[in-house]
Design a protein around this ligand. Structure first.
Ligand code: NAD
Length: 339
């Protein structure tokens, strides 16, 4: 008998196996609370003669409700459904959580600590798209219809305020474009204001129009704490925020749903550096810290975050993408040493 928490591990493609190995080794040293069920997806699954998202992998996540996923190479050519979109729908992963904090001092933006909560199922990503012909041009007019439901707006904004309460955050900024997309994002703002009333006295709420928000993120990012927004705006702003703290290599992500939660780095499978012991596992490790928080192991998450900070800023052991000389293995060993 084990009292460990069953969790699905998808090593993924390219640098995926190297950086997931780094996570597994560091978690072992930390006293991992997880019992891993290793499963395939992406090119690794196809090389095995199967589907890029095998049923066994879906069933494993259905069983565990928890997955750590390495990056997957998107197969080139038609006929493949996006694995990420399939997983989002399958497990109703309605919230995409993208925290960003400054890990390496000396850059343009110090002391950034922003959490972006992105609605993950609706908006323009429902992708009801079509062309209308005019004369000889079959694609004369392109149309896209987005939708937001009141129920989903409520759910995502409530998630953001609950996140703020649980993580001692003081403010939630609701980002919208209700001045132009009066229905689509007006409904989101309406629900944002209604939910904010329920949290009055506990969490402050303010509002920003998305374009103004993008500018203020560069002019004065320190005014932001938790940001909640719709799918498309969240997609764009979360990469902008990652850029404030050193780029995608340092950006973790969590997809939270009603019947599962999937944690992954924001970057891809980096085939150009795969198998060379140069990949930076930081984003994957920060995603693991989010997973530890999700299962209530804030103690282990804090120790992991502290060891990452110490390794990068005090010991100054860094991988090549951050201007250092450490390989994936050496960086992993340094973090284990500082746990
Ligand atoms: P990428 O993020 O894989 O790589 C972009 C650049 O960043 C490359 O130069 C790479 O070497 C570098 N890089 C990325 N992660 C790094 C790390 N951890 N350490 C050091 N350097 C790192 O983006 P891409 O090249 O556009 O995509 C490669 C593949 O990954 C594609 O098939 C793409 O579809 C897929 N992808 C998957 C996911 C996912 O599974 N979540 C996300 C993005 C891209």
């Amino acid at each position: 008998m084990t009292d460990k928490i069953p969790a699905t591990l998808i090593p993924g493609d390219g640098i995926g196996p190297e950086i997931t190995q780094s996570v597994v080794d560091i978690l072992d040293a930390l006293g991992s609370p997880f019992a891993w069920d290793s499963q395939l997806a992406g090119m690794a699954a196809m090389a095995d003669g199967g589907d890029p998202l095998p049923l066994a992998t879906i069933e494993s996540i259905r069983r565990t409700g928890l997955a750590l996923k390495g990056p997957l190479t998107t197969p080139v050519g038609g006929g493949f459904k996006s694995i990420n979109v399939t997983l989002r729908k399958e497990f109703e992963l309605f919230a995409n959580l993208r925290p960003a904090r400054t890990l390496i001092p000396g850059g343009r933006f110090e002391n950034i600590d922003i959490v972006l909560v992105r609605e993950n199922l609706e908006g323009f990503y429902a992708a009801m798209e079509h062309y209308m012909p005019l004369g000889h041009d079959a694609k004369a007019i392109a149309m896209s219809t987005g939708f937001n439901t009141r129920a989903e707006c409520r759910r995502i904004v409530t998630y953001a305020f609950e996140y703020a309460v649980k993580n001692n955050r003081r403010k939630v900024t609701v980002v919208h474009k209700a001045n132009i997309l009066k229905a689509l994002t007006g409904l989101f703002l309406e629900e944002g204001r209604a939910i904010a009333k329920e949290y009055e006295g506990r969490v402050e709420m303010n509002e920003r129009i998305v374009d103004a928000c993008a500018m203020q993120l560069v002019m004065d990012p320190w005014q932001f704490d938790v940001i909640v927004t719709t799918n498309l705006f969240g997609d764009i702003l979360s990469d902008q925020i990652a850029g404030l703290v050193g780029g995608l290599g340092m950006a973790p992500g969590a997809n939270i749903g009603t019947s599962g939660a999937i944690f992954e780095a924001v970057h891809g499978s980096a085939p150009d550096i795969a198998g060379k012991n140069v990949a930076n596992p930081t984003a994957m490790l920060l995603s693991t810290a989010l997973m530890l928080q999700h299962v209530g192991r804030h103690d282990l998450a804090a120790r992991l975050d502290k060891a990452i900070d110490h390794t990068l800023t005090v010991a100054k052991v860094r991988t090549r993408d951050l201007g250092g000389e450490a390989g994936t293995r050496e960086f992993t060993d340094a973090i284990r040493h500082h746990l």
